[in-house]
Design a protein around this ligand. Structure first.
Ligand SMILES: Cc1ncc(COP(=O)(O)O)c(C=O)c1O
Ligand SMILES: [Zn+2]
Length: 401
């Protein structure tokens, strides 16, 4: 039996497997860290990322048939961009290389392993895009009927990227925060195990990103890690991963984690900047960065508290800054990510200009999703297309050399 904890109440005696919330106070629940003292490490000879880091995960057994080969993504050195920003050791963790093109697969993989172990007959998720495709894919893999609830108005591309896997696809009108909470209640009544953005097992999957970064840097924690921030499940999972490495005696330091929001919908950055413990939904949310535009993050207080306790930061960047950073990553380094993921570079640029952090160290941008997920963002990208008749090819190319 897994043990759970709530940041407000401490250890939690029993938990409803259909709900991610603490039964006493309604804050998010986390899987309690593994018992200290038991030796833990990476099993380097195993094929799957989940198997390699099984010592740190709450899975009694791992069914390889449920996996799509998530994780084990490259940590790519950004020499050109690093040099231009005075960061000698800048890296990108390229999560676009996950099976459905985003980091969500890491969380879905663990949540589905657990759902099957618990005997769930149906699974579901509430998403603005990436989590929908990911849950639909892993649901198909597991052969489980899968319910994907998307907000009315979600792009056709996102609907189809999930729909191709054959889930029950539902576009829901109304408030997204309310939909999140209602999905949990309705799911329990109908026997659908919802694995939404802050599901405790999803977060366990995100820990593995921290473990991989640690190993890829030669067995040390980076100085700073930049992550796009919406509901906060990803950031909390990463931070719990770095905390596990510390408590296992493997890492001797903890990185400064920087959560990056879109200025057009930045409830957490606003609350962080004002020193508040809770965030308020913005009066009006307006951004192209739909994947990081949750106006009412259900783990908001936990994110604010965890980031403050560990001396991290939460900042916001403008849409134009994200789009410029997206082009820079693509043109200078060959990495094509979503604007939401490029928000990390935009934040680094602003902080680097202000001299943060000082000195040398490893800085990591977590590029959470593929640029192919949001092709409409390219509509405004400046691009010159040269048209030539085939007979003028040589002369035409010579002019471009
Ligand atoms: C590409 C991308 N980056 C970041 C996030 C934010 O993750 P979280 O909601 O866990 O904060 C999302 C969420 O959907 C996403 O799709
Ligand atoms: Zn509680």
């Amino acid at each position: 039996m897994d043990r759970f904890e709530c940041l407000a109440c401490g250890p939690v005696a029993s938990r409803d497997p259909y709900s991610p919330f603490c039964p006493a106070c309604g804050e998010p629940l986390f899987v309690a860290p593994p018992c200290p003292g038991r030796p833990r490490g990476c099993r380097g000879d195993r094929a799957l990322a989940l198997e390699r880091w099984a010592d740190f995960l709450p899975l009694e057994r791992i069914d390889a048939r449920l996996s799509l080969g998530e994780g084990s993504t490259p940590l790519v050195r950004l020499e050109r961009l690093g040099a231009s920003l005075g960061r000698a050791r800048l890296f990108a963790k390229n999560e676009a290389q996950n099976p459905t093109g985003s980091f969500k697969d890491r969380g879905t993989a663990v949540a589905v392993q657990k759902a099957v172990a618990l005997g769930a007959r149906m699974i579901g998720t509430v998403s603005t895009g990436n989590m929908a495709a990911s849950t639909a894919a892993y649901g198909a893999r597991a052969g489980l009927p899968t319910f994907v609830l998307l907000k009315e108005g979600t792009s056709t591309l996102s609907l189809r990227a999930a729909g191709i896997h054959g889930p029950r696809l539902v576009a829901v009108e109304g408030d997204y925060g309310r939909l999140f909470r209602m999905s949990v209640e309705v799911g329990k009544r109908l026997g659908i195990m919802f694995m939404n953005s802050i599901d405790p097992y999803r977060l366990e999957g995100y820990k593995v990103t921290a473990f991989e970064i640690f190993l890829q840097l030669g067995g040390r924690a980076p100085r700073a890690v930049f992550v796009p921030l919406s509901s906060g499940g990803h950031l909390l999972g990463l931070m719990r991963g770095f905390a596990d490495l510390e408590s296992a005696g493997l890492a001797s330091s903890f990185p400064a984690v920087v959560g990056v929001q879109a200025a057009g919908c930045a409830p957490l950055a606003a609350a962080f900047g004002r020193g508040l413990d809770r965030c308020e939904p913005p009066a009006r949310a307006r951004t192209i960065a739909h994947a990081i535009a949750n106006p009412d993050p259900p783990a908001g207080s936990a994110v604010l508290r965890t980031v403050r306790d560990r001396r991290g930061l939460i900042v916001a960047v403008a849409d134009e800054e994200m789009l410029e950073a997206q082009r820079e990553l693509a043109a200078a380094e060959g990495l094509f990510c979503q604007p939401e993921a490029a928000a990390t570079l935009a934040a680094l640029k602003t902080l680097a200009a202000a001299g943060w952090p000082e000195g040398d160290g490893d800085d990591v941008l977590v590029l959470t999703g593929s640029g192919l997920k949001a092709p409409a963002a390219l509509d405004s990208a400046p691009m010159t297309i040269n048209v030539l008749a085939v007979g003028e090819l040589e002369a035409g190319l010579a002019r471009l050399v």
